[in-house]
Ligand binder design. Sequence first.
Ligand code: 5AD
Ligand code: SF4
Length: 479
Amino acid sequence: MKEKMEKFIAPSLKDARKRITKETAHFYYQMDKRFMGLGKGKTYHLKTYGCQGNLADSEKISGLLKWMGYEKTDNDENADLIIFNTCAIRENAENRVFGELGRIKNLKKKNPNLIMALCGCMAQEEKVVEAIKKKYPQVDLVFGTHNIHLLPEYLEECMNNKERIIEVYSIEGDIIEEVPVVRDHNRRAWVNIMYGCDEFCTYCIVPYTRGKERSRLPEDIIKEVEQLAKDGYIEVTLLGQNVNAYGKDFIDCQYSFANLLEQLQKTSIKRIRFTTSHPRDLDDETIMVMGQGGNIMPHLHLPVQSGSNRILKKMNRKYTKEEYLEKIEKLRKAVPGISITTDIIVAFPGETEEDFEETLDLVRKADFEGAYTFIFSPREGTPASKYEDNLPMSVKKERLLTLNKLINEGYAKGNKRFEGKIVEVLVEGFSEKNDKFLMGYTPNNKLVNFEGDTSLIGSLVNVKIEKAFSWHLRGKIVK
Ligand code: 5AD
Ligand code: SF4
């Protein structure tokens, strides 16, 4: 087969690990006129995997494509451009993408002009790019998390030269402001407050795929939130891999996450959420601001990962089980009735039965109202992928099952406490399972189903909870 590769900049995990303290450069995006109209009459299909960070990136990709004249389609069969925005956090997320790439191969036979692109965290991995280069000729374009804003250029080249482009940077990263967005919702918005991560938890690929921690300027964030409120948005979720480290990279000013939260509390946006928090960096000032309530919602997602101090140390989490429990005690005092959810990894290399028991003990003590639970998945290039891991899969699965049982009790208990109460719900649309019901979320992030008119979608309503189920609440609207 003739090699049609013209451009090839491959990722390097070794380079991606480097951190030098240079000040983050902030650029302001402007689209070159020659790209506008390039997508006219064409459609794109965008598939997003993974976390909210990827959802937010996809909204930027949609924004760029819209400015180019492309229209979105939900059907990949007749799209002119298919983009996979991928996740690298665990192996099964990656396998799903490879499966999809295989399926899409046939579409390419039907439509030779179809452009197939892959971006996101998987693009930042050496082994993925190698595999695509060798085994997936159907992929025309690979770009990483640092160069999303260059998509129009890449598409122009793909269209004109019919050449394959693989361009992935393994740099610390800059901040590109004012990239256009098309938001998926018209009442709820993601707002990036920072990018990257410098924590280097030993199991995690994110610091390699997303670059160094770099914060957006407070004025840019506040302006965006004010504008969203003016445009009718009710809720924002502030995004960062470790939002509590916000501002630590500012060289000439002292400005923290608590400062930002306090300023955003004064804006006219009705609901503020934020994710993800790191237990070590969650400070008293932030807890105090959360305690002032107002538009800050009484829910915190605080990943603990393990309840064993020995494992926490091997994970490089920099806190103990006792410190974690102390922190959530403080939170509960400052924000009465707060819902706390978490992430837990079972079967981290070397986890003994006693270590796992410590995790179960922590879950019992912490009163979590929900959790994402995972079996450890080795990620090439991370320290933990080299740790000895000799536990049979059957034991790993059993631990996950035992943990999930306990977590589910927490879900049910957390829902039950709202029976008979009146809660405010931001109505998002119809329930997926039963379109007789509307659905939305409460300040504590509880899913509520209730009967009501379509006209309520997008507004805040009061609902009296009649019955709590394991995964949702059911109620009736009250005036
Ligand atoms: N294996 C399993 N789970 C992981 N997570 C991150 N890296 C891994 C891994 N290698 C989980 C953590 C994190 C969540 C987003 O994904 O619990 O908080
Ligand atoms: Fe990964 Fe840890 Fe950073 Fe979260 S804080 S993204 S788990 S390295």
